[in-house]
Ligand binder design. Structure first.
Ligand SMILES: [Zn+2]
Length: 235
């Protein structure tokens, strides 16, 4: 089966496991960018960005550093970036997030988004940027209100990524997510726990949707291909 992992944090040389047909690795801070930038191929993809938990470690020239690396490597996406209400310095988080969205728009790269308790702020920013938005946004571990899913999908081309569902709220979100926007993720730091999580999460989602696992896995694989179509190596 074509299992895929839309969001993990494997920042090592470990190759993408054979069991997976695709994997997206996310850096969270500048010190990880070098390690992750070399891994893109036809099933292993990488994102560089500054996570809201790590804005304090960004160097003064982080913006030009990010821009130049992305420009030099057309296989890289932007992530993991976003806003986290429960972390310090929301104003700085917002500024850094907006700057990264602008770079992703300019270079036409998908964005991998972290949002905790800040969907109102994020929607406000999307509205402000209007048409100057990245081509695709993957909401990692989506935890917003199910009622905003359709709007986010239609207006801002959002995809929604889920790990193993833990509660009724997540189940409701999965049911509300259009099948053409559904992704699965491990958020793992090593390939062993990654494979276990992906199998469990894909199975659980198929159960929730009352569908055969191979049909759901194929839908998710097609969605993964769409997200990564912006950064595929040219043969
Ligand atoms: Zn993550």
């Amino acid at each position: 089966m074509n299992y895929t992992d839309a969001h993990c944090h494997i920042i090592t040389d470990a190759p993408c496991p054979d069991m997976l047909a695709g994997q997206i690795r996310n850096a969270t801070k500048q010190s990880e960018w070098d390690k992750i930038s070399t891994v893109s191929d036809d099933k292993q993809f990488a994102c560089i960005g500054i996570h809201p938990w790590h804005i304090a470690s960004a160097t003064p020239d982080w913006q030009s550093d990010l821009y130049n690396r992305l420009k030099q490597n057309p296989l890289l996406m932007v992530g993991e970036i976003g806003i986290d209400k429960y972390h310090d310095n929301i104003i700085n988080q917002e500024e850094i997030f907006i700057a990264q969205l602008k770079i992703a728009f300019e270079l036409n790269r998908p964005v991998h988004l972290h949002c905790v308790g800040a969907w109102d702020k994020i929607l406000h920013i999307f509205k402000m940027l209007n048409k100057s938005m990245p081509p695709i946004i993957v909401a990692h571990s989506f935890n917003g209100n199910p009622s905003i899913i359709q709007q986010l999908a239609n207006q801002y081309n959002l995809y929604f990524s889920y790990s193993v569902p833990q509660d009724a709220k997540t189940t409701a979100r999965i049911i509300e997510t259009p099948i053409s926007r559904l992704l699965v993720e491990s958020d793992a730091y090593d390939t062993e726990s990654e494979m276990e999580s992906i199998e469990m999460a894909t199975n659980a989602i198929a159960n929730i949707l009352g569908q055969e696992i191979d049909i759901i896995t194929e839908h998710i694989y097609q969605n993964f291909q769409k997200v990564t179509s912006y950064v595929r190596p040219i043969d």
